[in-house]
Ligand binder design. Structure first.
Ligand code: UFG
Length: 337
């Protein structure tokens, strides 16, 4: 299949590109490099020995987006492009609405115009809002806890309407839990610009000496060790989930389908820190700090739907995720100095 990956140079997009290319699919990437770099695309090409057609543009620019569809024939689009920092979205909601909504609309319009009928969307467990019934199933109640989360939920709803109006259209919502780690080749990985918001990149930068210590946000949650619980999933598993969605799309019903992509197992922040330390042989310095506003205490997935319908299951360990995340961080640090 020939698949367009918007935001394909980013953390999740680049791993999905690797997975698709390794399986023999063709990939076209459109990315404005606002939170990624062209070097990821070159690394993907080097690792797979395959050429990737690259458009360095912002797909929320409808004219540029249309041009990509005029120059290629796609079987599917995986739409990763979008801003993703929860805290930033609270401070700059309109920036998030403009970018995330306009890019989704431009891509969907171009797809309809060119008869491309499979849209896979980078959704998030954040669409479950404050739902406390664990594990989260696709039919759990939905809600919004940040402007970023609102963009994910509203784009899901937009897809539902687009499907109703276009009976041949299929939209697959992949609700990610907490992706961590890097591809075993270390060709690509996660190395956010600036101070990381998320736990794993923060841990890596403390371990590499770039940051002094980790603050664990909250030790007084109603969980066994008092820290938050998340469903951390290896990025290579998340990438293979996208491939399963594309490859199994023929057997999906027309209209919208939603899938949780997680491991089905909750791990606390304290547990992840200790796995990280045991695997990487270093003692990450950490302190317990107050709760971070907006954090839900516990979030983990029921993954039986993806398992049954897509034939997909996470298989990599958290040890592997911690080892590859840190190894990639060290590779980047060495490259810089
Ligand atoms: N944490 C710390 N210290 C840090 C960073 C994080 O203790 O420096 C804790 C958080 O408080 C939370 C856990 O680690 O308890 C995980 O936090 P992340 O920021 O790594 O991930 P979140 O679960 O907050 O966010 C993820 C995705 C979002 C998505 C959200 C809800 O990054 O895109 O899940 O589904 F919106």
């Amino acid at each position: 299949m020939n698949v367009l990956l918007t935001g394909g140079a980013g953390y999740i997009g680049s791993h999905t590109a690797l997975e698709l290319l390794r399986a023999g699919h063709d990939v076209v990437i459109a990315d404005d490099f606002s939170n990624s770099s062209e070097s990821s695309v070159r690394a993907i090409e080097k690792e797979t020995g395959k050429k990737v057609r690259l458009y360095a543009c912002d797909v929320s620019d409808a004219l540029k987006c249309k041009m990509i569809f005029e120059e290629n024939k796609f079987d599917a689009v995986i739409h990763f492009a979008g801003y993703k920092a929860v805290g930033e979205s609270v401070a700059k909601p309109l920036m998030y609405f403009r970018n995330n909504f306009l890019s989704a609309i431009a891509v969907l319009e171009s797809m309809l115009e060119h008869g491309v009928n499979l849209f896979v969307f980078s959704s998030s467990a954040t669409v479950y809002g404050t739902c406390q019934d664990m594990p989260l199933v696709e039919s759990s109640s939905l809600g919004v806890t940040s402007p970023y989360g609102r963009t994910k939920l509203v784009i899901e709803q937009m897809c539902e309407d687009v499907c109703k109006a276009n009976p041949d259209f299929k939209a697959v919502m992949l609700r990610y839990f907490n992706p961590i780690g890097a591809d075993a080749s270390l060709a690509v990985g996660e190395n956010p610009k600036g101070i990381p918001n998320n736990l794993m990149p923060y841990l890596c930068k403390v371990a590499s000496g770039e940051l002094d210590h980790l603050s664990v946000f909250g030790k007084d949650y109603d969980t066994p060790d008092g820290t938050c619980i998340r469903d951390f999933i290896h990025i290579s598993d998340l990438a293979s989930g996208h491939m399963a969605a594309v490859e199994k799309s023929g057997s999906l019903p027309k209209g919208i389908s939603c899938f949780n992509l997680g491991t089905g197992k909750g791990t606390s922040v304290d547990e992840l820190v200790s796995i990280f330390n045991s695997v990487n042989g270093n003692k990450v310095k950490f302190v317990y700090a107050g709760r971070r506003p907006g954090d839900v205490p516990v979030s983990y997935a029921d993954v039986s739907k993806a398992n049954e319908v897509l034939g997909w299951k996470a298989s990599h360990s958290l040890e592997d995720a911690c080892a590859t995340a840190y190894a990639y961080q060290m590779k980047c640090s060495e490259g810089r100095h």
